[in-house]
Design a protein around this ligand. Structure first.
Ligand SMILES: NC(=O)C1=CN([C@@H]2O[C@H](COP(=O)(O)OP(=O)(O)OC[C@H]3O[C@@H](n4cnc5c(N)ncnc54)[C@H](OP(=O)(O)O)[C@@H]3O)[C@@H](O)[C@H]2O)C=CC1
Ligand SMILES: Nc1nc(=O)c2c([nH]1)NC[C@@H]1CN(c3ccc(C(=O)N[C@@H](CCC(=O)O)C(=O)O)cc3)C=[N+]21
Length: 291
């Protein structure tokens, strides 16, 4: 048996097409969604993502505002920029690309973003709202994973899910979303005992570790759905956290890297910007874009 490929690239393209339709409808009412992306420093991977975000933002008909600051920018200057973007009615979404340079306090910067414009869903209020089941901005990568899982499996209720990784940007919000959909969720991390055996229990396995080919084929329950969040640059090119060739012989379905979760992250960023724009204008949330 070979696993079904979960084509995140195609799913993301479909999502962007839907978003473009909704943007056109807003524009007909005189509302143009705007996304501001702030990049501090010149990390090469971040530059690639920021360029890709800007391009796709324009493609769906939104306004894109890019702010590039030198690595040595004082934190106060970044906070002043965020204040201006918070107050700017043309800006509906604000994303500060992470990681930030070492001299900055990441939490302080994120929490300076107006929660209703926090399209990454990293602000402490959005984290708390998600955790307590209130209307929030939901982090893009976990939201993209959830959309792929629902599309593949329908209901996640009662399924055993294992999330490897407990970061604030992927692992923890992923676990929250799975829990909201009534999966039985275990969060694993570097101190987890007998991780392979734990993973073999999982109907849904999400890997967000940041180690190439970390999850072996023999960790996977036959027929399981495997979502590989990892983005690792190696001599063999871009690879995920899962040993894809081994895993696809066992899994029921699996996301590839590239072409899996990555494109969904950017599509969900646009989805969140659209949702933020709707809310800012007192309109209902667009269907199917929020969990
Ligand atoms: N596709 C996309 O859109 C995105 C992809 N990514 C990618 O996803 C991956 C994870 O990102 P992120 O969450 O930010 O990474 P972090 O480095 O913040 O978190 C990694 C997690 O993996 C855990 N871990 C590390 N080593 C082991 C181990 N040996 N066994 C079990 N768990 C381990 C860590 O555990 P502990 O907490 O104990 O240290 C930690 O919780 C990266 O490859 C990143 O590039 C990230 C964002 C978006
Ligand atoms: N504030 C903030 N928000 C983020 O959402 C954020 C961030 N900071 N910092 C970095 C991570 C990483 N991330 C990715 C986005 C797109 C792809 C993506 O499109 N990947 C393509 C391949 C792209 C390539 O070739 O590198 C794919 O998997 O097919 C990957 C990773 C967003 N992140």
């Amino acid at each position: 048996m070979t696993a079904t490929l979960i084509d995140g690239k195609a799913f993301a393209a479909g999502l962007r097409a839907r978003i473009a339709t909704e943007v056109a409808a807003l524009k007909a009412r005189g509302i143009t969604p705007g996304l501001a992306v702030v990049l501090v420093g010149a990390d090469p991977a971040s530059q690639v993502y920021v360029r890709s975000k800007g391009k796709q933002t324009l493609e769906v008909g939104m306004n894109s505002f890019e702010h590039r600051l030198p690595a040595e920018t004082p934190e106060a200057e970044l906070l002043a920029l965020i204040e201006r973007l918070n107050a700017d009615p043309a800006v509906n979404g604000i994303l500060v690309q992470l990681p930030l340079p070492g001299h900055m306090n990441e939490a302080a910067v994120i929490n300076a973003i107006a929660p209703e414009k926090d399209v990454d869903g990293f602000h402490i209020l959005n984290v708390g709202r998600l955790a307590t089941g209130q209307k929030a901005m939901v982090p893009c990568t976990p939201l993209g994973c959830l959309m792929l899982l629902r599309d593949r499996l329908g209901s996640l209720s009662g399924k055993r899910a294992v999330v490897i990784g407990r970061s604030n940007i992927v692992g923890k919000p992923m676990a929250q979303l799975l829990l909201r959909d009534s999966a039985t969720v275990t969060i694993a991390h570097s101190r987890t005992a007998d991780l392979p055996a734990l993973c073999r229990e999982a109907d849904i396995l999400v890997a967000a570790v940041g180690r190439p080919l970390f999850v072996g084929g023999d960790w996977i329950r036959p027929g399981a759905t495997v979502v590989d969040v990892g983005i690792n640059r190696t001599d063999d090119g871009l690879v995920g956290d899962v040993d894809f060739e081994a895993a696809r012989k066992v899994a029921g379905a699996i996301t590839p890297v590239p072409g899996g979760v990555g494109p969904m992250t950017i599509a969900c960023l646009l989805a969140n910007t659209l949702t933020a724009t709707a809310r800012a204008n007192g309109l209902p949330d667009p269907d199917g874009l929020t969990p």
